[in-house]
Structure formats: structure tokens, C-alpha cells
Design a binder for this molecule. Structure first.
Ligand SMILES: *Cc1c(COP(=O)(O)O)cnc(C)c1O
Length: 380
């Protein structure tokens, strides 16, 4: 029997919500997006404003643009992340400066960030790797000390918290979530930019839709609205459709239920895999919440099987596994950039043995047992 790496949990409510939009006569950004944004802001608390976008990449691009990142600027980005965390800054003419990660939490290492800091640095990008909530107190203090904006890549972190304060509700400049097909909630493709800064929100809303001073829904739905609009900037096309937003509204209602499903599997993995020659992912600190988007392990160099051999065995057994991530400084494009200079010993050591086990809310005990048995058979 095969085990997929991920299986989305799409219920009848999501299906019905999508059908209603299809029959409604309004498919693109409209009432459903407004509802999704309102619900999302309420879900996080902390007085944030939420701006729905068609991907987290789009949200990061808008956040960076609204933060005024531009040519000549540098931005501190962990090397252990998806390329989008860095690419959006490159698009704006800035230079991502890659930073090593902490060997245990696999999140940005502030001591290494301090070593790579120059007077040109304008922002730091914490990535809540796998759903482990970064230490935003320490990152905030570092940012204030050095005059940096904080733009969180929270693609993995819905929901995650530290002492009850959800990622997304912290006092950073912007925080971006992903609703890509295999993320913790999904709209197929989609994302959410949240911020407590009204200026960033205003700019992001304008740039989200072509640099228009008002959106299409506003123009077509209000009494007295007209054909007239102005263009105030060369904007992007990053708005979310109502079709996607309707699915998002239903998925968001289940975000905590999904997290509990993943956490149950993660706890079972942690308990069942102890003692094998692998590093297991850390728990959230204190009374925090780990979203458990990913379950990354590191196979020790002296284990009976190498990581690559092990991935081969999982493939033979029909069990989906993945690797998050080959560090950016090992990728052709980024390796050739000045921001990839220097050494990244922690990310390199992790990557050599890295693999990500299947983990999703509706994963059965039998599916988890297949993963666990294979690891015991091969490494025990
Ligand atoms: C998925 C992901 C993104 C990009 O999300 P999209 O919604 O696909 O644009 C960015 N950063 C990280 C860490 C991700 O995992």
C-alpha cells in the first residue's frame, strides 16, 4: 500500500463554497476575498490587516516593495529556504545576503547574520522553517538595533505561536502565508500578506492590482461607481480570485483541527523514531505551538544507509518523501551571487542527511506505521 507525501483535506463545505461562487456571477476578487481577509485578520488577532494575494511569492514581493526595498539594498535571508524567500528581493534590484541556520531549529542564525551585516542591509527575513515559530523577540531586537525591516516568510506557519501569540500577530513589518496545494491550508494557489502598518497595507493593496487607485470590485459594485480610475504606480497582478477565497474561508475554519491532526502524527513519529541514528525536529519552545507543516529529519553520516539510499527504499515502497531544502547557496543561480559568499556549515551538514517524512492531517496510523517500520528496518 502506498503513502503519499501529502494529501489535502478538502471537504464538502469547500466544494459547495466553490460551486456557489461559480454560480454567483462574480469570480474574481470580491466579497469572498473581503470575507477571507476579515476572517484571517480575526483568526490572528493583534489588530493586523490581511491582504489576499494569489501566492506567498506575490505577498513577499508586495511586502518588500512596500517596505521600500530597492537597488543597492541588502536583505538577510536564511540559506535553508525556498528560492522565493530570496528571489523577490532580487526582482527589486536588491541583493539577498544568505545566512546560515541554527543547527537545531534550522531557522536563521542571528550570530551569523551579525557577521554578514553591512550598512547596506535593509531587512531580515525570518523563515518559520517547517512550522517551528522563530524567536521574534530576538529577531525584533536585532532588527531594531540595526535599523532593519522584518518581513516574515510564514509559508509553513499557519498556525504556530509563542506563548499564545500567533505568528502573523507579532510586531513585524509584514508576514506572509502560503495556500499552495500542499501547505497547511490550501486554496490551490494563494497567499495572505498581513501587516499592522497601514502604510504598507495601503501600498500593497494598490500594487496588488496594477497600481490602480481603486479595485475592480469597488468600481463595479458600488452605487455611483464608474468606469473612472487612475494609475498611481506600475503595479503587479497579484489579487486572489473569489473562487480561491471561498475555499480559503472554509479551510481557515479548520486550520486548528488540521494542526491537531498533524501534531498527533508528529508526536507518534517522535516517540516511535527515538533511538535511530537520525536527528528529529525540535518541539516548539515553552508553551508554544508548532504548526508541524513539515517533519524534517537528518540521517546521521554513520548510519547504515545514506540519505540517498534511504530515499530510494522509500521510493521502492511507494512512500512519498521529500527534501526541504537543498540550501540556496548550493543552487546555480544563487551560488554565483555575491550574497552567497562564505561558509554555511550548519545548513550543509543538515542537507547532507536531510529528508522530510510524509505528514498531513488525515494521515492514518497505518500510513505512519509504514514509514516508521521502513526506517527501523533500514536504520535499526
Ligand atoms: C511554499 C513556499 C513559498 C512560496 O509560496 P507560494 O504560495 O507557492 O508562492 C515561499 N517560502 C517558503 C518557505 C515556502 O515553503
Amino acid at each position: 500500500m502506498s503513502v503519499p507525501f501529502f494529501r489535502p483535506s478538502i471537504g464538502e463545505n469547500e466544494v459547495q463554497a466553490a460551486i456557489e461562487v461559480l454560480r454567483s456571477g462574480w469570480l474574481t476578487t470580491g466579497r469572498k476575498c473581503q470575507e477571507f481577509e476579515r476572517n484571517f485578520a480575526e483568526f490572528l488577532g493583534g489588530g493586523v490587516e490581511a491582504i489576499a494575494v494569489n501566492s506567498a511569492t506575490a505577498g513577499l514581493h508586495l511586502a518588500a516593495e512596500a517596505c521600500g526595498i530597492g537597488p543597492g539594498d541588502e536583505v538577510l535571508v536564511p540559506t535553508l529556504t525556498f528560492t522565493a524567500s530570496a528571489a523577490v528581493f532580487q526582482h527589486l534590484g536588491a541583493e539577498p545576503v544568505l545566512v546560515d541556520v541554527d543547527p537545531v531549529t534550522l531557522t536563521i542564525d542571528l550570530a551569523d547574520a551579525a557577521r554578514r551585516l553591512t550598512p547596506r542591509c535593509k531587512a531580515i527575513v525570518p523563515v518559520h522553517f517547517g512550522g517551528w515559530p522563530c524567536d521574534l523577540d530576538a529577531i525584533g531586537a536585532f532588527a531594531r538595533e540595526h535599523g532593519l525591516k522584518v518581513i516574515e516568510d510564514a509559508a509553513h506557519a499557519l498556525p504556530a505561536h509563542r506563548h499564545g501569540r500567533l505568528i502573523g500577530a507579532w510586531d513585524t513589518d509584514a508576514c506572509v502565508f502560503s495556500f499552495y496545494a500542499n501547505k497547511t491550508i490550501t486554496t490551490g494557489e494563494g497567499g495572505m500578506l498581513v501587516t499592522r502598518n497601514p502604510e504598507i497595507a495601503r501600498r500593497a493593496r494598490i500594487m496588488r492590482t496594477h497600481g490602480l487607485d481603486r479595485d475592480a470590485f469597488d468600481r463595479f459594485s458600488r452605487v455611483g461607481a464608474s468606469w473612472s480610475y487612475d494609475i498611481v504606480a506600475p503595479g503587479f497582478k497579484y489579487n486572489l480570485t473569489d473562487l480561491a477565497a471561498a475555499i480559503g474561508v472554509e479551510q481557515l475554519r479548520r486550520a486548528h483541527e488540521f494542526q491537531q491532526g498533524r501534531q498527533a502524527v508528529a508526536e507518534y513519529y517522535l516517540q516511535s523514531l527515538a533511538g535511530l541514528p537520525i536527528d528529529l525536529p525540535p518541539l516548539a519552545p515553552g508553551n508554544g505551538l508548532h504548526s508541524w507543516h513539515l517533519f524534517p529529519i537528518r540521517v546521521h553520516a554513520d548510519a547504515r544507509r545514506s540519505r540517498d539510499e534511504l530515499i530510494g527504499r522509500f521510493g521502492d515502497a511507494g512512500i512519498g518523501v521529500s527534501v526541504h531544502y537543498r540550501p540556496l547557496h548550493q543552487m546555480s543561480f544563487w551560488r554565483a551571487r555575491p550574497g552567497a559568499a562564505g561558509e554555511f556549515p550548519n545548513a550543509d551538514r543538515y542537507f547532507e542527511g536531510a529528508m522530510t517524512l510524509p505528514l498531513f492531517p488525515a494521515m492514518t496510523r497505518d500510513e505512519a506505521d509504514q514509514v516508521i517500520s521502513l526506517l527501523h528496518d533500514e536504520l535499526g
